[in-house]
Design a protein around this ligand. Structure first.
Ligand SMILES: [Ca+2]
Ligand SMILES: [Ca+2]
Ligand SMILES: [Ca+2]
Length: 346
């Protein structure tokens, strides 16, 4: 009996073991397929696992007899879809107290321009590493963009963001900018003579909309920032173009003096001295003098003599290749008075 019972038990155990083995195999297979499915889902998951606010509540108590009882409940709240965005608006103004030295409202050499770059986080997530770069078609010193030390507007409304969420400890960028918050970068540009000489052309920025050179100092500001969600980094950017008119005022003056103006007699040699001067603020090129003498064009040919001391202009023969602002050159021509002049010009 005892042996039979043991044998029966052993058979039962064996039967159970067979069944368990089958179930175990099925379970392992199910677990394996479940794991593979989970991995596949994770790989193609669009919404990060932390894109929800998870909450679990537990109720606990004691039943008669001191038996502890608990109940749990979970609540999951999906957060709004991230929409990172940044914008920059640039303004140009003459620096106060002498920025527009001659008060003409145009950019002259020596005038100082203040640039202001207003950067706004107009998305719904915080932005990191906010930077502004500035490019213009001037030939003066490059603009150094100054990072602000405080926020211009710390929007703390429920819809827009939180007070105090915009922080920075860097001089090259703004570390973190909250939604709807505003910061203002600044920069300065000093107009140089080369800007007038180049007529505001060269870089192809063309912010004024005209073909270069367009007579404008054109400028393009670009703001960049990153939205970092802990898994990926999404860059955002914005740019703004502005222009200011350059004071390009060309001017050319020529004077002529005769060595003798009275009692000209036959055989007298009269020397004419011509002075041509650039009275504007931009170089004038390819200058030639044409003299009409006694009504005959080209009867006298003024010959180039010299530029004034200190000039930077150049010439080839009687043609001035380029006459710099303020520079002047001297020409001369001679004429011998004839008997016919004396006879007919009484
Ligand atoms: Ca001016
Ligand atoms: Ca804020
Ligand atoms: Ca330009």
């Amino acid at each position: 009996m005892e042996n039979n019972s043991i044998e029966e038990t052993g058979r039962n155990l064996l039967r159970v073991s067979d069944a368990q083995i089958k179930r175990a195999s099925r379970t392992k297979f199910r677990r394996l397929t479940t794991s593979l499915l989970a991995l596949a889902l994770a790989a193609f998951q669009i919404v990060p696992a932390f894109a929800t606010i998870n909450n679990t509540v537990t109720a606990s108590g004691t039943a008669p007899g001191g038996i502890p009882v608990t109940g749990n409940a979970n609540a999951t709240v999906a957060v709004i879809v991230a929409a990172p965005a940044v914008s920059v608006v640039k303004t140009i103004a003459f620096a106060p107290a002498g920025g527009d030295a001659n008060g003409n409202g145009k950019a002259d050499p020596g005038d100082v321009l203040n640039y202001k770059f207003t950067v706004t986080n107009n998305g719904n997530v915080s932005l990191n590493d906010v930077k502004v770069t500035d490019a213009n078609d001037g030939v003066g010193a490059a603009v150094v963009v100054v990072v602000p030390t405080v926020v211009t507007t710390d929007n703390g409304s429920a819809a827009a963001g939180t007070l105090g969420d915009s922080v920075n400890a860097s001089t090259t960028k703004w570390d973190k900018l909250g939604p709807a918050d505003v910061i203002t970068f600044t920069g300065t540009y000093t107009v140089v003579a080369g800007d007038i000489a180049s007529a505001g052309g060269g870089s192809g920025i063309g912010a004024s909309g005209g073909a270069e050179p367009d007579g404008f100092l054109d400028d393009k500001a670009t703001a960049t920032a990153n939205y970092i969600n802990g898994v990926t980094t999404t860059p955002v950017t914005s740019s703004d173009k502005k222009s200011i008119k350059l004071n390009i005022a060309p001017g050319l003056q020529v004077t002529k003096v005769a060595s003798k103006t009275t009692n000209a007699a036959a055989g007298d040699v009269i020397t004419y001295t011509y002075t041509v001067k650039n009275t504007g603020n931009t170089p004038v090129t390819n200058i030639n003098l044409a003299d009409t003498h006694n009504g005959i064009a080209g009867a006298l040919v003024p010959a180039f003599v010299a530029f004034n001391v200190g000039n930077t202009s150049t010439h080839t023969g009687n043609t001035i290749n380029s006459l710099s602002p303020g520079d002047s050159a001297t020409y001369t021509a001679t004429y011998t008075v004839t008997q016919t002049d004396v006879d007919t010009r009484q």
